[in-house]
Design a protein around this ligand. Structure first.
Ligand code: MRU
Length: 341
């Protein structure tokens, strides 16, 4: 399963707002439309946002490649600004743009960078899948035999270049016969767990039980869950991390029940420049995502709506951080710097 394709300089995105009812691929040749796809969550998930941003930057370079170098450089700066202002929390977006920038700089910010920008975006895409496979290998080793595993949101193939981070761990562990059941939180308000995670896992034949977000504590108490694994949008140097709203609640519940709690991500999500999760910018989204489900109104007019897309989980609640270079345990600051510094 994949959410992003690139062929003949056209970017194709699987419209995740329509899943699982419809599988619709949308074509993009305009970087502005690709940036809008990130905002409206046609494409979502930290690594997938980064990959899309890289392709969008390439599309901008292609559009402006007929301009003289000085004008081209200014046009690319404006395009970068547009792409960078889509979603603030996932580091992968800025990491991917930074990598594309270094290619642009190498060619003096001139249109001659075009073939190398294309190759760099494709490399970012390809590398992401490889990193997810490595995350899966490292993560599977910490999954207990016969585990019931809880996950939140969607950190799967749809959220990445393919295979997934947290779902990569689950896929690898399942192939080793270690997984008895995956419990997928539905993940309000946009239901990435119900619409995307359950869809991916069912398609892969992995036993999956869909639950509402409020059910996980009760299942932990019943002894059904032996491990939690979920994704991250940004990890700070001390191991605090931002992920889909509701992650913090899951972490507190896991701690209370003595259940190992892991987050999984590639190095492109780890931000050693931020000392702690306090400094992570949390995206606030339109309250309509809470008051409505698609066009159905659930709440009365006049209620104040609070809709942060992410929350921060402190490192004290984290058992281990599963990365493409290995599983990192406390002290996180020291051990993350040793691997990614
Ligand atoms: O708002 P979303 O759907 O982009 O949020 C996605 C998540 O929170 C994922 O867990 C995270 O981006 C990691 S994806 C491998």
């Amino acid at each position: 399963m994949e959410a992003i394709r690139f062929k003949n300089d056209i970017l194709y995105l699987l419209d995740q707002t329509k899943l699982p009812a419809e599988e619709v691929w949308i074509e993009y040749t305009d970087y502005r439309a690709a940036a809008e796809a990130i905002v409206t969550m046609v494409v979502r998930g930290a690594p997938a946002i980064g990959i899309t941003a890289a392709y969008a930057y390439f599309l901008a370079a292609k559009e402006y490649s007929g301009q003289p170098a000085i004008q081209f450089s200014a046009s690319m700066a404006r395009a970068r600004q547009k792409i960078a202002s889509t979603r603030p929390t996932a580091l992968n977006l800025f990491w991917a743009l930074g990598r594309m920038d270094s290619v642009l700089e190498r060619f003096g910010r001139s249109p001659s960078a075009l073939p190398s920008l294309r190759a760099a975006a494709q490399e970012i895409h390809r590398e992401d899948v490889e990193m997810n496979r490595a995350i899966g290998r490292f993560g599977a080793a910490v999954v207990p035999q016969g585990a019931g595993i809880l996950t939140h949101c969607n950190a799967g193939a749809l959220a990445t270049g393919g295979y997934g981070t947290a779902l990569g761990v689950i896929r690898a562990a399942h192939s080793q016969g270690k997984v008895s059941m995956v419990y997928a939180d539905e993940t309000r308000p946009l239901l990435q767990g119900a619409r995307l995670t359950a869809y991916e896992l069912v398609r892969d034949g992995i036993p999956t039980t869909l639950i509402t977000d409020s059910m996980s504590g009760s299942l932990m108490r019943m002894g059904k869950i032996q491990m939690v694994v979920l994704g991250a949008d940004r990890v700070a140097a001390n191991g605090d991390f931002a992920n889909k709203i509701g992650t913090y609640s899951v972490a507190v519940l896991a701690k209370h029940h003595g259940i190992p709690f892991y987050t999984a991500m590639p190095g492109s999500t780890i931000d050693l420049s931020l000392p702690s999760g306090e400094e992570i910018v949390i995206e606030q989204r339109n309250g309509r995502e809470i008051s409505h489900i698609r066009d159905i109104q659930l709440a009365p007019e006049g209620a104040i709506l609070y809709n942060p897309a992410f929350d921060v989980t402190p490192h004290s609640l984290v058992t281990g951080i599963i990365t493409d270079k290995g599983v990192v345990y406390p002290p996180f600051e020291e051990n993350l710097r040793a691997l990614f510094g």
